[in-house]
Design a protein. Sequence first.
Length: 416
Amino acid sequence: MPSLSILMLTTNVDAGAGRAALRHHRGLLSSGYDSELWYLEGSTSEIGCRRISTLWLAASRWPRKRLRKFAAKYLADPEPGFKSLSIFPSGLVGRINSHCCDIVQLNWICDFLSIADIGKISKPIVWRFSDMWPLLGTQHYREGDLRFYLSRDQNIKDLSNQSSEPRWLDRWIWNQKKNAWTKRIVVCTPSSWLTSLTRRSPLSKKWAIFTTGTHIDTDLYKPSRYLSSHQSIAVPDRRPLVIFGSRNLRDRRKGMDLMLRALDLISEQAEVRFAAFGAGFHCELRERNVIQMGEITSELALASLLSQATVLVIPSRQDNLPQLALEALSCGCPVVGFNIGGISDLVKPGINGRLAEPFLPESLAQEVIELIHDDNYELVRERSRAFAEENFSVAHVMGAYRLAYETAISTSATSE
């Protein structure tokens, strides 16, 4: 197949999903594709990236944010977590359909494109699912009952806990998706966990679904013994370094409450240092003598920190394919997390880390302690790097996406 032209769309280029979109855009360009990335928020000077605005987007910016916050607090499912409505039109559908691209690739597009906008795109669509939002109502992740969303019959009468049934707004948003998304879409999910959920959803039952990870820049994220000066841990110390972090440590889904309990248990049984990065829990971390790195915005600084760490802990209650874990493995840093979601795809016990029993801080602490005292620890570091190179290199991931792109074009041709 000759070189394809891909138009990528993502809400932002700063957060985790936005960084993944940027990384994919770079991978496309380096693999010979013609790629253009449109985004709504954030800033980047990278080639082929363009910040997009329309009258509709500008006019609806304030009501979008206000309505989303109001709905999340009073109308949507009370389960904590980020929520999106995506009901305001973007005014971009005409420009997308008239673009010279062969394929439109959607990434995290909430509050950028509306639900109806997606259904009106005439180009072949490949959609990288960053989370569960395309399968749910307003929520991006859901810990509660999923039978409403995954059953072929939405008139479920046997819910054991009626309080776990979605509220009217979530049901209404879900039905908006069902009515708008009648076109066949090719889905790429980063984890087998999300692939399984997507295959069970009535929304995507006719869609082609691929499990394709996110590639990592293995030349940037590589084993190194040097920290950049502004992110260095100043006091030399030969004790094992356990690190953890997230952009928003207050997000319950990220499991910081579980991490703090595990941290206390680790401190009782082993002589280690702890370092955390991200916003939140400052008092609790300070009380435990945790080195607080703040927000790390430089990829080079993050790579340097990860290469210095003995182990990265991902205490998430739910996660797709956390980029931080990918980056750590590429730096030769083993990962410990709960045996859930996409973490199970990344962490292979005895090879590149350990998996703890969900959601037991005692199990998490024990796995960390056993890993840092493992007689074969250096071999685990080598295997962590090898695992990342073999499974998440640009060549490997772009090869998988090529099949998805070919499928999207052939599916579009047969449906015309």
